[in-house]
Design a protein around this ligand. Structure first.
Ligand SMILES: Cc1cc2nc3c(=O)[nH]c(=O)nc-3n(C[C@H](O)[C@H](O)[C@H](O)COP(=O)(O)OP(=O)(O)OC[C@H]3O[C@@H](n4cnc5c(N)ncnc54)[C@H](O)[C@@H]3O)c2cc1C
Length: 296
């Protein structure tokens, strides 16, 4: 049986896309065609997809909101899964959220329920699954501070539950960098607070984002990680690289840590610009800066 027919036995037709442009599913608006792009809504469907991909040696890729990835112009072979598990449940000061839940929506729901701790995530344009893998954070907080437990399915089809410590959270890094898996759901532990105070913090954070980030252009956020004793964006600024352009990709003049897609940038434009920045920073400061964004 071919891949499409195998997928049809698992998912409704509307959830299966053939030769889907990844530029439609990344905030960079860059990326070639995914052979099969699927949007399962249930864990059981994901498990079945993992099983067929393993049995038939079909490569498997997972994507969330595509806000921290750069997809090659050659696209993605095999099956690309975007989990659309979007359940949200509140139990006391815990929130359980599916991998496909939008972070900004989740932080708003936390606020509306007077739960404090997720204000930092307001304005991060990702989903829960991607945020867990990346240990996303802002304003001195990160997912590590609020995650209680997570369930995921490994590429052998086993569903596992891990507590906070077992995520091996580091700065923008977790166990999911080494273990191939699809995050299904996470349980966050928040703290009861005052709704108005929480709302005020969120308003303040979004104001800072709008002031500092080039939100009017497609991008994948900060391209480089911070170092132990340096801020990559500051080095890029100090090196005078703001505004440097290769093809349709440009170092943002507003925030040196962002590369923006100003004019139909290709994967190669962005990669060439990334490499140019890294070389210049090394030449000027003898520092190796490292990408945060994930190349697919
Ligand atoms: C304007 C802008 C501002 C941003 N600001 C911030 C910020 O303040 N702080 C910050 O940390 N980040 C920031 N980002 C980056 C990004 O939004 C976050 O890292 C976000 O949490 C990634 O989530 P995502 O769903 O988009 O993941 P994606 O970009 O789709 O994926 C990221 C990685 O996670 C994997 N992945 C996705 N879903 C799953 C899943 N269910 N199971 C297993 N693996 C999965 C992907 O394979 C990929 O390796 C920003 C990005 C933009 C464009």
């Amino acid at each position: 049986m071919d891949t499409y027919n195998m997928l049809l036995e698992i998912l409704p037709k509307e959830y299966i896309y053939i030769d889907e442009p990844m530029s439609k599913h990344t905030t960079f608006k860059i990326g070639g065609l995914a052979d099969y792009f699927v949007t399962p809504t249930k864990s059981e469907q994901i498990k079945k997809i993992i099983v067929i991909s393993k049995q038939n040696n079909i490569p498997l890729t997972v994507i969330g909101n595509g806000s921290n990835v750069l997809v090659k112009d050659s696209g993605i072979r095999g099956i690309t899964i975007k989990p659309k598990i979007e359940n949200i449940e509140i139990e006391d000061d815990f929130i359980i959220a599916g991998a496909g839940v939008n972070l900004t929506k989740l932080s708003k729901i936390a606020m509306l329920n007077s739960l404090h701790g997720l204000e930092f995530a307001y304005g991060i344009p990702g989903c829960v699954g991607g945020a867990i893998k990346m240990n996303s954070g802002a304003h001195e907080s990160e997912m590590k501070d609020v995650v209680y437990e997570t369930s995921y399915i490994d590429f052998d089809g086993n569903i596992k539950n891990i507590n906070n410590e077992e995520h091996k959270f580091e700065y923008r890094k977790t166990r999911f960098f080494d273990e191939k898996a699809i995050i299904l759901e996470t349980k966050l532990k928040l703290v009861k607070g005052n709704k108005e105070d929480i709302r005020e913090k969120m308003d303040e954070y979004i104001k800072i984002r709008k002031e500092r980030q080039p939100l009017e252009y497609p991008s994948a956020g900060s391209v480089f990680k911070r170092g132990k004793d340096f801020i990559s964006a500051k080095l890029i600024d100090d090196a005078g690289l703001k505004g440097t352009r290769i093809g349709g990709a440009e170092v943002s003049k507003k925030h040196a840590g962002f590369i923006i897609n100003v004019n139909n940038a290709s994967y190669s434009d962005v990669i060439n610009l990334i490499n140019y920045i890294k070389e210049e920073i090394y030449k000027k400061f003898k520092v190796n800066i490292e990408e945060e964004i994930q190349i697919i």
